[in-house]
Design a protein around this ligand. Structure first.
Ligand code: ADP
Length: 169
């Protein structure tokens, strides 16, 4: 096992300031943070996995111990391949709790040696979600403080290119 490395999996569709905050905090505590961008074919995303990965890399330029990978499959399979045994998920309000607990228990069943660590969202980002920022952008609201600078343009452009607003979610 590679010690002191964590995998932070998610959709990052797109990366928000809440994600950036968690990644920066993890980068201080762990030797390496692997952000795992999901490319799950069953799920609908606004951005392609490559676009999402590029936005993560751009938003966190200068974070030396960061790696960003794309994976289509079970997070635990990726972790076994890479020999990493810690998953980190972010926790916002109580509503996140049940989902995260279920995921952590499924992952424990699949891979008993992999531990899930939960990190609380910083208070200023408790309300920030990818879905929320898409709704703000779709309705022409200000994105300042919600998404990193590099995400603003692609997000607005991508939403403009949609035929139906529902395709954003
Ligand atoms: P998923 O579709 O896997 O939930 P997300 O990209 O929405 O992927 O989120 C990835 C992880 O980041 C999840 O653990 C989620 O709870 C966490 N997260 C999302 N937004 C925030 C935020 N504002 N602050 C802290 N953690 C967050």
């Amino acid at each position: 096992m590679k010690n002191n490395q964590v995998v932070y999996p998610g959709s990052f569709d797109p990366i928000t300031m809440g994600h950036v905050d968690i990644i920066k905090r993890l980068a201080k505590s762990f030797d390496r943070v692997v952000v795992l961008v999901s490319s799950n074919a069953q799920k609908k995303f606004l951005f392609t996995a490559i676009e999402r990965k590029e936005m993560v890399l751009d938003a966190l330029k200068g974070t030396k111990n960061l790696k960003v990978d794309i994976f289509d499959g079970l997070t635990t399979d990726f972790m076994k391949q890479k020999k990493i045994d810690k998953i980190v998920r972010g926790l916002r309000a109580v509503v996140d709790f049940e989902y995260e607990m279920t995921m952590a228990n499924i992952n424990r069943k699949l891979a008993p040696n992999i531990e899930t660590l939960l990190v609380f969202a910083s208070p200023e980002y408790y309300y920030v979600s990818s879905r929320g920022v898409k709704e703000v952008a779709l309705n022409g609201g200000a994105l300042k403080g919600l998404v990193p600078e590099n995400v603003k343009k692609p997000l607005t452009a991508k939403l403009k290119s949609l035929k139906r607003k529902n395709d954003a979610f």
